[in-house]
Design a protein around this ligand. Structure first.
Ligand code: PLP
Ligand code: COI
Length: 343
């Protein structure tokens, strides 16, 4: 298969047009058969629910080209389940798991020439989303939905290689999500709510901000794009337990890998003043993979991890194991990867 004319090893994490996207409509109580299209536009009624009352949930996952040239997904079903859960929380019509998987398979199959070659360090990012497309003026859930999946070949989310350090700023003036709110689902509104803090941190020269819990302003929640992990001096993997963070599929996977490597894992509240005791920290997520944290600035204190520029040994080990499975370089003992069927 001839690849698209792209410099795959230099790709940023940004939108790159491909040949097809896929759309399914839910109307009169049922899903249609879906349409693969080359058009990048959608037509919505001006009163579509999602445009003013915000029924919009999404997902993000990656597809990799294996050494044998086949394409593989990573934990696709987990993303399907999470989107269904997100939809249910916002009283939206959930996309059936099998339909979600079929949509991803069809759109990836149609865009094979955009899947970055094995060894390029890049991947095909898959962005499924679900919107309430029915007409609403009163505040009510939509009765019609549009489920769209588009793809884009991407490189690392943060500048540099997959393992370059990010620098975080602890945010104390913006709450992203409340304990009984929507932080635990992938609702588009969460990302809008976090923009002010995230862009504020970037303007100050940081890679991202790190949110604290909204109730006590004391415990680490997560960043706007990934879960947070810390490694203690006695080699424990610690990650926040909080009702207002997204249950990261990457974090869940690394936890499994870490446990199988003999590392003790603790999921518990992490007070902000515990940050100083970690020897390594990381931001984990589909886009971020495991981005090592070089420093965290909290008020006027800058906590530096290692030399502040390079990932520590535990992070490197976990990164290599995870990305080895994702890319098909290493065997997948967990059954997390699946070949994308050729249509
Ligand atoms: N937290 C937030 C807010 C995210 O947007 C993401 C990305 O999806 C994650 C965590 C990581 O989740 P996952 O590993 O499932 O991509
Ligand atoms: C992902 O990691 O897939 C996400 O959805 C995070 C996004 C902000 C890029």
């Amino acid at each position: 298969m001839e690849k698209a004319d792209l410099n795959f090893s230099e790709l940023p994490f940004s939108y790159q047009k491909t040949d097809f996207n896929i759309r399914y409509r839910f109307k009169d109580g049922q899903w249609d058969k879906g349409e693969l299209t080359g058009s990048t536009d959608i037509s919505l009624h001006i009163a579509a629910q999602c445009l003013h009352y915000g029924q919009l949930v999404f997902e993000g996952l990656k597809v990799f080209e294996r050494p044998d040239g086949q394409a593989q997904t990573f934990r696709l079903e987990e993303n399907a389940k999470r989107m269904a859960h997100s939809a249910e929380k916002l009283l939206m019509e959930p996309v059936p798991i099998e339909l979600f998987k079929e949509a991803v398979h069809r759109v990836v199959d149609a865009n094979r020439k955009y899947i970055p070659p094995y060894g390029s360090g890049a991947s095909l990012y898959v962005r499924p989303y679900l919107i309430g497309s029915g007409i609403q003026l009163g505040v009510n859930p939509s009765s019609e939905y549009l489920f769209i999946v588009f793809v884009s070949p991407v490189g690392p989310y943060y500048k540099g290689s997959g393992l370059s350090c990010v620098h975080l700023l602890v945010e104390e003036e913006v709450d992203r999500a409340a304990p009984m709110g929507t932080g635990d689902i992938k609702a588009a509104g969460n990302y809008a709510a976090g923009l002010r803090a995230s862009i504020g941190a970037k303007r100050k020269g940081f890679s991202e901000c790190l949110y604290l819990d909204a109730k006590e302003n004391k415990y680490i929640d997560e960043s706007g794009t990934s879960n947070f992990i810390g490694i203690t001096a006695d080699n424990k993997y610690v990650t926040p337990k909080s009702p207002s963070i997204l249950p990261s599929i990457t974090n869940k996977s690394i936890i499994q890998i870490a446990k199988d490597d003999g590392i003790t894992v603790e999921r518990r509240p992490i007070a902000v003043d515990e940050l100083e005791s970690f020897v390594e920290c990381g931001c984990v997520g589909t886009a971020a993979v495991i981005s090592p944290v070089g420093s965290i600035t909290w008020r006027d204190k800058k906590i530096v991890y290692g030399d502040g520029e390079n990932a520590g040994p535990v992070t490197i080990k976990l990164y290599n194991k995870l990305s080895g499975i994702q890319s098909g370089k290493d065997e997948d003992p967990y059954g997390w990867t699946e070949i994308v069927p050729a249509g």
